[in-house]
Design a protein around this ligand. Structure first.
Ligand code: SAH
Ligand code: SF4
Ligand code: F3S
Length: 448
């Protein structure tokens, strides 16, 4: 019996890909183990989005391949975006690697391992054929939440970003496959799904996902709203999220659908990247600051308390103090619930790589620290404003920090800790009266 371990770097798509490879390997009779020490097969799922992400993955791969010296039967594979970027040359970086498989070829992994066992290694596969809808629908989740791919690839081509070149062109899965996949998840106890796409509102824009004569019960015209409506109808699913958003997709119809469909969480991850029109233009983001604000307004019009989270890049080539201050001001104005702040990292082959990376590391760090501090202050205020209020949470189970307590998440995805009086079960939607708050955690009592 082969024991395997998968280590994941990168975004939610990689988390989903790792879940898929786990499910496929288990279908092939392999056993998942909790630590790499126990494993005969170690798979590292890599990310390419910043230089640091690649350094981490390469370091880990080298460490893992070194352990083969004491354990020659052990197999080590790299999968994911960095493999797609480096291709065969990854074997120059990590000579003892057994296989390297790109993010489009996850479904091929069991076959590739069989071929290596038959003496055909090392193998590199960075092809584009994703496999069948049936293979792509496999899951191995044990909790109450699952990620579901709805859109692969990205056509936006922001100038700093490696994703389009490693994840390829946009392709939307048929709505029926997605709904069928979620129905199976629901039968297996999943209560919350997060629909994934790099630019998720582009769902169904490049290829048809609904039959031509499809009639939306609410009369929606946009494929994403229609899909949300279908998923909303799946009985035991209690919550639906989707990510990542783009302002151009925050249409009045989508806002309306989010308001009308009871299970859609009032939360949107809407990366802004910068608060300067000059920088946004050079980033080729496809919106201005005014358009971004208008998108947020459309959402808040329907859902006044919607949580908006974001991504920001500091130190993009040519970012002046003034540009930076505009970003700071916009973040304050929008009042983001949470923001991931990244220091610009040149990615080989992207359009921005042609420009000098002229902001020093110290300056990027300084800007990063300022935005982090501001964000913490905002998040603290938002958290504290909830004290005395009632929130609805989806219960996940016993708190990792304290076994006497239970935890769940609000619609905004904020961890909420409470004492279970024995009436509450995993997967319940319950109301909590908040009596204390820290920056990322709420504490409260069950409301009867
Ligand atoms: N598809 C998502 C983002 C995927 S990458 C979207 O566009 O909304 C996640 C985040 O990494 C991006 O939002 C961006 O803030 C950051 N990022 C991407 N490329 C980067 C780079 N070259 N340097 C620094 N941060 C980067
Ligand atoms: Fe990258 Fe832009 Fe696509 Fe996001 S939308 S994955 S930042 S190219
Ligand atoms: Fe995600 Fe990193 Fe690939 S952010 S799409 S795993 S480059």
């Amino acid at each position: 019996m082969i024991k395997f371990y998968v280590k994941t770097y990168g975004c939610q798509m990689n988390v989903r890909d790792s879940g898929l490879v786990k499910a496929l390997l288990m279908q092939h009779g392999y056993t998942a183990v909790d630590t790499e020490e126990q494993a005969d097969l170690i798979i590292i799922n890599t990310c390419s989005v910043r230089g640091k992400a690649e350094d981490k993955a390469l370091g880990k791969l080298r460490l893992m391949t070194i352990t083969k010296k004491n354990n020659p039967a052990r197999m080590v594979g790299a999968i994911g975006c960095m493999v797609q970027r480096l291709g065969e040359s990854i074997f120059d970086n990590v000579p003892l690697l057994d296989f390297a498989v790109g993010p489009n070829r996850i479904t091929a992994i069991p076959g590739i391992i069989d071929a290596i066992k038959a003496g055909q290694g090392p193998i590199c596969d960075v092809g584009l054929d994703k496999g069948s809808e049936e293979e792509l629908s496999a899951h191995a989740e044990s909790g109450i939440s699952a990620f579901v791919n709805i859109l692969f690839g990205c056509n936006r081509r922001c100038t700093y970003c490696i994703v389009p070149s490693v994840r390829g062109a946009e392709w939307s899965r048929p709505a029926k496959s997605i709904v069928d996949e979620i129905k199976v998840l629901a039968e297996n106890g999943i209560k919350e799904v997060t629909l994934l796409g790099q630019s998720v509102m582009a769902y169904g824009k490049r290829n048809d996902v609904f039959p031509e004569d499809y009639k939306s019960p609410h009369g929606y015209m946009e494929p994403l709203s229609r899909l949300l409506e279908e998923v909303n109808d799946i009985k035991s699913i209690k919550r639906i999220r989707f990510t990542s958003g783009h302002p151009s997709g925050c249409t009045a119809e989508l806002a309306q659908a989010m308001g009308e469909l009871a299970k859609i969480c009032a939360h949107m991850h809407l990366p802004v990247q910068s608060g300067s029109d000059a920088i946004l233009k050079r980033m080729r983001r496809g919106y201005t600051v005014a358009e971004y604000k208008a998108a947020v307004l459309r959402l808040r019009d329907v859902m006044p308390s919607i949580a908006i989270t974001s991504d920001v890049i500091v130190g993009f080539p040519g970012e002046t103090d003034q540009d930076f201050e505009m970003t700071q001001a916009l973040m304050n104005e929008i009042d983001f619930n949470n923001t991931f702040i990244f220091k610009y990292s040149t990615r080989p082959g992207t359009p921005a790589a042609e420009w000098e990376d002229d902001i020093t590391d110290e300056e990027k760090m300084r800007r990063n620290q300022i935005l982090l501090k501001n964000q913490d202050d905002r998040a603290n205020a938002i958290s504290n404003a909830l004290v005395g209020q009632t929130v609805t949470i989806l219960v996940e189970g016993v708190s990792a920090r304290n076994e006497d307590r239970w935890m769940g998440r609000t619609e905004a995805n904020t961890i909420t800790v409470f004492e279970n009086d024995g009436t509450v079960q995993v997967g319940d939607l319950i109301k909590i009266h908040v009596n204390r708050a820290t920056i990322f955690t709420l504490y409260g009592k069950i409301v009867k």
